[in-house]
Design a protein around this ligand. Structure first.
Ligand code: ADP
Ligand code: MG
Length: 269
């Protein structure tokens, strides 16, 4: 299996942010939301954007999605400049977004239908991802019959069914209660490992960042800049599948303390 290794070394592959900046018009002057941000995400890597509220995490993710245009610098995916939204970059938002008049299965199939996939392939794909997120039992239910956690799984399955080259998530579990959130994080970990996906995820939850990330891009605020890039070892350690296993890992508490300290320093600005 040498081919994937060669692919990863190819510098044109993956996502690259170079001298990325974004300003918005403010009341008196321009508000610099993000300035001189540099990072790269290799294929099959999970990159977490972490930092205090207002440091520009969502702005960076929206530029990667093609929903905002950079004011400075560039963003490329596999060597191509990102200029507009594209199916290859699938986005899962925090709020629950599915159609109340479609069943779970129809919701998951929706993106594929508008993208014109042939039906046999679509059904196989749809059922595969419904199973991956544990919704097989309720595949024919309506969204209003589901809990918040289950609805968020529908949104996740729909994004996955589109086979995005890059899955983008902005605090996808932010609206869930603590217990459901943990179930979703463990579920996402197992799906990411199985599907070997490339993901960029915004969070301000330190445990979530450590559990899921190969790389944590820690941002400081006003303007948002990269303060530090960390490489937690947990995502690829298959002995870790639960929160308890994460928290009892010898390296966990040291990394958590370091990040909490950085969060506090940033918050005090
Ligand atoms: P985060 O997601 O890290 O909480 P955001 O990316 O939402 O941060 O915001 C970063 C900064 O950019 C904030 O100061 C915010 O007020 C500003 N900002 C974001 N979007 C806009 C916009 N559309 N217009 C003006 N200012 C914005
Ligand atoms: Mg945000």
């Amino acid at each position: 299996m040498t081919a994937p290794e060669i692919a990863i070394k190819d510098l044109t592959l993956g996502l690259k942010a170079e001298r990325l900046g974004k300003s918005f018009p403010g009341r008196d002057a321009q508000v610099i939301a993000v300035s001189d941000v540099n990072f790269a995400v290799a294929p099959r890597e999970v990159c977490i954007l972490l930092g205090p509220s207002g440091c520009g995490k969502s702005t960076i993710l929206r530029m990667i999605a093609g929903l905002e245009t950079p004011s400075e610098g560039s963003l490329t995916l596999n060597g191509e400049l990102i200029t507009k939204p594209n199916r290859e970059r699938g986005m899962v938002f925090q709020g629950y977004t599915s159609f109340p008049w479609l069943t779970v299965r129809e919701n998951v199939a929706y993106g594929l239908r508008i993208n014109g996939d042939v039906s046999a392939m679509r059904e196989g794909t749809v059922d595969h991802f419904i199973e991956q997120v544990g919704l097989t039992r309720v595949a024919n239910a309506w969204p209003h019959e589901l809990s918040g956690g289950m609805r968020q799984r529908v949104a996740l399955a729909r994004a996955l069914a589109n086979s995005p080259k890059l899955l983008l998530m902005d605090e996808p579990f932010g609206a869930l209660d603590a217990e459901t959130r943990w179930q979703m994080q463990e579920l996402l970990l197992s799906v990411i490992r199985k599907e070997r996906m490339t993901v960029i995820m915004v969070t301000h939850d330190v445990e979530e960042a450590l559990l899921l990330g190969d790389k944590i891009v820690f941002l400081s605020s006003h303007p948002g800049r990269v303060k530090e890039i960390l490489h937690p070892p947990f995502k690829n350690d298959t002995s870790i599948t639960t929160r308890e296993e994460l928290r009892s890992h010898p390296e966990y508490s040291m990394m958590e303390t370091k990040i909490l300290k950085m969060m506090r320093e940033e918050g005090n600005h």
